[in-house]
Ligand binder design. Structure first.
Ligand code: G1P
Length: 289
């Protein structure tokens, strides 16, 4: 019987280079999709999957992330005074429950592997989730719940993957599979940002992982990899020598909100999914075409 996945690590310290200048003063994961920040959707996905504790790995100047999940008596008081109960409920939905969130400073941008390693003391000795929050996943059941179900089935490490757009596999972490049958398949390898033409498959690591805690010892020793950064993919490839890894092709749609067009697509798609906005959104979009 494996331990339940209770904690999620969310590395949010990235600069958001592809969505600058907007991400200069607003951390990229606080940029809005319709009327909520990207992070709000990701936290909702995690809570729906049973996550009880969030570990945000933040950089300097990202205090707004902590503030977002904290009470704001001025805003809440004003909404209360004006009788705007519906907006108040939306604002309060995202507040952290007492003790539910930890914030760890990553003092230098040394890579995703280093960011995850920064969570080791808070995660401790239990399997945990990693969520790359700029990858917004619309799915039912939620993407992380699908990953946790796969972990409960195999007892091992799970990496959520999906087909890369034509010609773009070299921009991501790419997995190699033992065989491909159904959505959950044993992995035989993975490589971070393979040179074009050398990709072992077209399936890229898309931003949800369930990892066993032994990854932390490997991350501690992990040298620099692609882009001169300490890569999570390299430590996972090392752990795969002694532990089971499965790739899960989840059922749903991913929006890469760290990218201009991805963020635009997410805004359009999420507005069209909202019963209160769908009609108005559709007319507004059609009028632009
Ligand atoms: C990171 C991971 C990579 C993954 C990608 C998904 O890369 O290292 O394996 O495919 O996220 O967005 P980054 O986008 O930080 O270069």
């Amino acid at each position: 019987m494996t331990k339940r996945v209770r904690k999620a690590v969310l590395p949010v310290a990235g600069l958001g280079t592809r969505v600058l200048p907007g991400a200069k003063t607003t951390p990229k994961n606080l940029l809005n999709v319709v009327d909520r920040p990207i992070l709000s959707y990701v936290v909702e996905e995690a809570r729906a999957a049973g996550i009880e504790h969030f570990v945000f790995i933040v950089g300097r100047g990202q205090g707004a992330i902590e503030d977002y999940f904290d009470a704001n008596p001025e805003v809440e008081g004003a909404l209360e005074a004006k009788g705007k109960a519906d907006i108040l409920a939306e604002v309060r939905k995202d507040l952290a429950k007492p003790g539910e969130m930890s914030f760890v400073r990553q003092m230098a941008p040394l890579g995703l592997g280093h960011a995850v390693w920064c969570a080791r003391h808070i995660v401790g000795d239990e399997p945990f989730a990693v969520m790359l929050p700029d990858m917004l996943m619309a799915a039912e059941p939620p993407a992380l719940a699908q990953a946790i179900a796969a972990h409960e089935k195999t007892g091992g490490n799970i990496v959520v993957v999906e087909p890369a757009p034509e010609g773009e596999a070299h921009k991501y972490g790419i997995v190699a599979l033992e065989g491909q049958e159904g959505r959950l398949n044993r992995m035989t390898g993975m490589v971070e940002k393979p040179a074009p033409g050398t990709e072992p498959s077209n399936l890229f690591i898309s931003g949800r992982y369930i990892l066993r805690p032994e990854i932390f010892d490997l991350l501690e020793r992990q040298g620099k990899g692609a882009g001169g950064e300490i890569q999570l993919t390299d430590a996972m490839a090392e752990l795969m020598k002694v532990q089971d890894f499965h790739a899960l092709e989840y059922e749903g749609t991913t929006y890469d909100c760290g990218d201009k067009i991805g963020l635009l697509r997410a805004n359009v798609a999420f507005a069209l999914r909202r019963p209160d906005l769908a009609d108005a959104a559709r007319s507004a979009i059609e009028a632009l075409l």
